[in-house]
Design a protein around this ligand. Structure first.
Ligand code: LHQ
Length: 264
């Protein structure tokens, strides 16, 4: 499938999706948001994709909504319908990032603002370049953090820090984001790709189904009580125990050799 505003490249079972509107720091127009939805669906179906890296072309990760786009313009006589815009464009993206049963790494190469930051927060892991920064820019244009940020941020960094981050709209640099628990690793700019792909390769060689089930279990854990979760966990482990990778993992342990997981 051809994309106009994304690059979609698979190598060594790692899919790299690059947001590709560098002139405006990869701000989302309608087409790019629909293309990202499609790309994630394509990745979900492809057994040859066992890890996804999401990044941006040029000096930014993404500046969020393209504020020049007519569909969100605040200049028209008629007031814009942002609820509808979010439901159609961003919610399906962040929902899929949370539910897709493959690990997703945001390789944050530069500024991530507004919905661009929210999309990075919806990924499973974030590796940030030293020069990257995160901005919850919404408040500066009179909006609330969207694309799941009000749900994700308190869980990632705690309620008080999340509120401060959102209400001030002040940027967090990569080191501050690491301290706040918003990113997993910070790499020197010139080593970002290497550090990210070292992690991606490891994940792509992992027991993909178990990683997907782990993601499902942790998503569930955010919304149920402990005993209900234990019941759910037993159900999920039952599924994991049926995989070929479980059989391989145990055999490799007993034979004292590294496991060769196939993602099956
Ligand atoms: C942009 C943008 C941009 C267009 C930089 N749009 N061109 C959801 C649904 C419905 C409605 C509304 O919102 C949402 C969710 C959201 O995402 S709301 C939040 C939208 N994003 C922002 O408010 C961020 C706006 N951008 C900025 O504050 C700055 O550009 C940041 C801090 C990201 C980067 O600053 P600089 O590094 O100084 O770069 P710059 O400002 O010079 O930008 C470079 C170019 O990119 C520039 O174009 P130009 O033609 O002048 O070179 C900007 O106009 C363009 N650009 N963000 N969101």
């Amino acid at each position: 499938m051809a994309y106009e505003f994304l690059l979609y490249e698979v190598q060594e079972q790692i899919l790299t999706i690059t947001l590709n509107r560098p002139d405006c720091l990869n701000a989302f127009n309608d087409e790019m948001s629909f293309e990202l939805q499609k790309a994630l669906k394509e990745a979900e179906k492809d057994p040859g994709v066992r890890c996804i890296v999401l990044t941006g072309a040029g000096r930014g990760f993404s500046a969020g909504q393209d504020l020049r786009s007519r569909s969100v313009s605040a200049d028209n006589a008629e007031k814009p319908h942002l609820g509808e815009s979010i439901r159609k464009r961003y919610s399906p993206i962040v929902s899929k990032l949370r539910s897709i049963e493959k690990p997703v790494i945001a390789m944050v190469n530069g500024v991530a603002a507004g919905a661009g930051a929210s999309i990075a927060f919806a990924c499973d892991l974030r590796v940030a370049a030293q020069s990257a920064k995160f901005i919850q820019a919404f408040i500066k244009v009179g909006l609330i953090p969207d694309s799941g940020a009000c749900w994700l941020l308190p869980r990632l960094m705690g309620l008080g820090s999340a509120f401060e981050f959102a209400v001030t709209g002040e940027p967090l640099n990569a080191d501050a984001a690491l301290r706040a628990g918003l990113v997993n690793r910070v790499a020197a700019d010139e080593q970002l790709r290497e550090v990210t792909f070292e992690l991606a390769k490891r994940l792509a060689k992992g027991p993909t189904q178990a990683i997907g089930l782990l993601k499902r279990a942790m998503n569930k854990a955010l919304s149920v009580d402990f005993d209900a979760f234990l019941d759910y966990e037993a159900h999920i482990q039952e599924i994991a125990g049926q995989t070929e990778d479980y059989r391989e993992g145990v055999a490799a342990f007993l034979e004292k050799r590294p496991a060769q997981f196939q993602g099956k």
